[in-house]
Design a protein around this ligand. Structure first.
Ligand code: WT7
Length: 653
């Protein structure tokens, strides 16, 4: 975190959009000013106007914002719509033959799917789900590779009012089971596997393990045949996707739902051991997805938009499965890893599919930047007109590389700050209007009331002084609840400022020009390669191992990943005199991979006879963070029972 503050404080370079970009942009500086003025003048009226313009309603709303149940807010609460109809049906007449999805598998297979065909496939799957007894409000878990069928499954749920919960394919059987059970899902949609990094990800095997360990509510498992590798199919329970849709009609009347009907749950890590099911509503979420696609991505008719995120994350929901389709765009979906067959894959995809807008994570850029300019320079990137980043602060060096080597100094960069909970972009540049600074996500979007406050909730106006990032007014795309745990919803997001402000969980500062700079999380949440991981979650996984007595996990700055996972472990048995074997270290890493997923595997582990604790028994995390960074200890350690453990924790003894 602090390394980021230092490097960004000296950032004074400014980048204005080119005249050429401004000329063709949806939102010009004048237009932006108008939008801001409109939002300032009448905040709810501003959102009502947007909702009327951007959404196709079955039943128009009259009630814009209902705050009577705060902090549960209702937006457009008496309106009725269907999300899938907004993403597909409304384009059939004008864009039926337009390509909605350009798909490329890791092995190079490609498919172009038109809006008409996509609509038919979504309807067929929607009908199949209905035939298996899925009703409006039922939960469906989706555990799939990055194929068009993942989007089709999500849209099919939306079409019939079923609530989907996508579980990232990189999560383990154990994580899948927990999420299925917490959501109370009755259908699981998965695949025989997916191609990733030259290997096959055995999704069905993981699904089988999850269902064997629990999930009594699951009645049917729909299995996409993607890799053709042999898998087990349990008769009566498991159905091939192609069989499920074989005799289904390619039309399906959308289920008209209330604006507030839950569209999906998406589990994300917090500061306890248990991930929380972030619950989003329908209309407000869709509105945030549409307005941000138009304002921040300047998404237009001719664009080919590629957001590299997996549908297992919020980015893959808002900027793959919903937003770009709702505005009638063409999206690219790529199944595999950026390094297959070599590290030019992303750039080759941009070249081959003439990508015009490219959106990815700083961690990917840093990894690709390290390999040199020769690789991207082999490809024709002239189709690209806009670049974006998301997930973590981008260091100015990576920003400049993105700007010069990928964007050839021609393309604006939109650094977008938002969260699973916010549903859509909150702080981000408007590419045809905002002057950008490398490393800053710039300003809040129109209609978003974002501030930085101190512990008492007072606005911090002094330049460059860090504080809590808060959102002071409800916004349409906001989360509505934590599934099955209202208390946690209230405490986590609304507890700190007495229900007045939404607490994002990030610290931030504003510079003298009013630009926002995100400094990092204030809770025990790590950001590893743009993915959120709770330290408690990894600790619970470690202590669930029979060999482990205690564990503490902290983040440690990492050049590529942003943050790396550093685990301090106390074993039940005595620490071996010659140190803990590499085998045991590997065994515990693998264990964490099995409990949560490979992304959670500790990058480094230190073993000690005890953890550093205060007199009251609290683990001194700050001290552990210092040790993890390899910095000199300046904290008071006199309260430690056994000072010799310090040497063990530092890896000296
Ligand atoms: C956390 C949210 C939002 C989609 C991906 C992650 C960090 C996100 C930025 C950015 C600095 C960022 C924050 C935030 N974050 N975007 N542009 N600059 N930090 O979603 O898993 O819900 O994580 O990611 O810390 O709170 P998420």
């Amino acid at each position: 975190m602090s390394h980021n503050i230092e490097s960004t404080l000296i950032e004074e370079r400014l980048f204005s959009p080119s005249d050429e970009f401004v000329k063709q942009a949806r939102i010009t500086p004048d237009k932006l000013q108008q939008l801001r003025a409109e939002a300032d003048e009448d905040y709810t009226g501003f959102w009502a106007n947007r909702a009327n313009q951007e959404i196709s309603w079955k039943t128009p709303f009259s009630d814009v914002l209902d705050e009577s149940q705060a902090p549960h807010f209702r937006w457009f609460g008496d309106g009725e719509l269907n999300i899938s109809a907004n993403c597909l049906d409304r384009h059939l007449e004008t864009r039926g033959d337009k390509t909605a999805i350009i798909f490329e598998g890791e092995q190079g297979d490609t498919r172009h799917i038109s809006y008409k065909v996509l609509h038919g496939e979504v309807c067929a799957m929607a009908n199949a789900l209905k035939s298996y007894g899925v009703r409006c409000g039922d939960r469906v878990v989706i555990y799939m590779p990055m194929t068009p069928e993942a989007v089709i499954a999500m849209q099919a749920c939306a079409r019939i009012g079923a609530i989907h919960s996508v579980v990232f394919g990189g999560f383990s059987a154990e994580s899948l089971k927990d999420r299925i059970e917490d959501a109370g899902a009755k259908i699981l949609i998965t695949a025989d596997g997916g191609h990733r990094g030259g290997k096959i990800v055995a999704l069905k095997a993981a699904a089988d393990a999850a269902l064997k360990a629990g999930c009594p509510g699951i009645e049917k498992v729909i299995v996409l045949q993607r890799t053709q590798q042999p898998i087990e199919m349990q008769s009566g329970r498991d159905i091939w996707w192609h069989d499920a849709v074989a005799n289904q009609a390619k039309t399906c009347e959308p289920e008209w739902v209330n604006s507030e009907h839950p569209l999906f749950l998406l589990y994300t890590s917090g500061s306890t051991g248990k991930p929380k099911g972030i619950q989003h509503a329908s209309a407000g979420y869709l509105l945030g997805a549409i307005t941000s696609c138009k304002w921040v991505f300047d998404l237009q008719e001719k664009d080919v938009f590629w957001c590299t995120a997996d549908v297992g994350w919020i980015t893959g929901h808002t900027y793959v499965a919903y937003g770009p389709l709702a505005v009638g765009g063409t999206i690219v979906i790529y199944e595999g890893a950026p390094t297959v067959p070599d590290s030019g894959r992303f750039w080759k995809l941009c070249q081959d599919h003439k990508v015009t807008i490219f959106y990815t994570a700083p961690t990917a850029l840093r990894a690709l930047m390290k390999l040199g300019d020769e690789i991207p320079n082999q490809y024709d990137l002239s189709s690209i007109r806009l670049l974006g980043t998301v997930g973590e602060p981008i260091n100015p060096e990576a920003w400049m590389w993105y700007h010069t080597v990928i964007g050839k100094t021609r393309c604006p960069i939109v650094d977008t700050w938002w969260q699973t909970e916010t549903g859509a972009h909150v702080i981000a540049p408007i590419p045809g209007a905002t002057v950008t600074k490398p490393g800053s996500c710039t300003h809040a979007l129109p209609g978003m009331d974002v501030d930085i406050v101190d512990e008492q909730g007072n606005s911090i106006t002094a330049a460059n002084q860090g504080g809590y990032l808060v959102i002071k007014k409800p916004w349409p795309a906001m989360l509505r609840n934590v599934w099955g745990d209202e208390q946690r919803y209230k405490e986590t997001y609304w507890g700190m400022f007495d229900g007045k402000y939404y607490l994002a969980g990030d610290s931030a500062r504003r510079d003298a020009d009013g630009y926002f700079w995100i400094m990092g999380r204030i809770d025990d949440v790590l950001n590893v390669s743009g993915h959120r991981l709770g330290t408690m979650e990894i600790e619970s996984a470690l202590v669930a191992n029979p060999l482990v007595a205690e564990a503490a996990v902290v983040g440690c700055p990492d050049e590529i990943k942003g943050e790396a996972v550093f685990a301090f472990v106390v074993l039940k048995d005595e620490r071996p005199a010659g140190g803990v074997s590499d085998e045991l270290t590997q065994q515990l890493r693998t264990w964490v991979g099995e409990q949560i997923g490979p992304i959670a595997k500790p990058d480094q582990m230190r073993f000690a006879d005890n953890l550093p604790k205060t007199r009251s028994g609290k683990i001194m995390r700050r001290l552990l963070r210092t040790i993890a960074k390899g910095e000199e200890i300046t904290q008071d350690t006199s309260t430690l029972e056994n000072e010799s453990i310090l040497k063990q924790l530092q890896g000296i003894e």
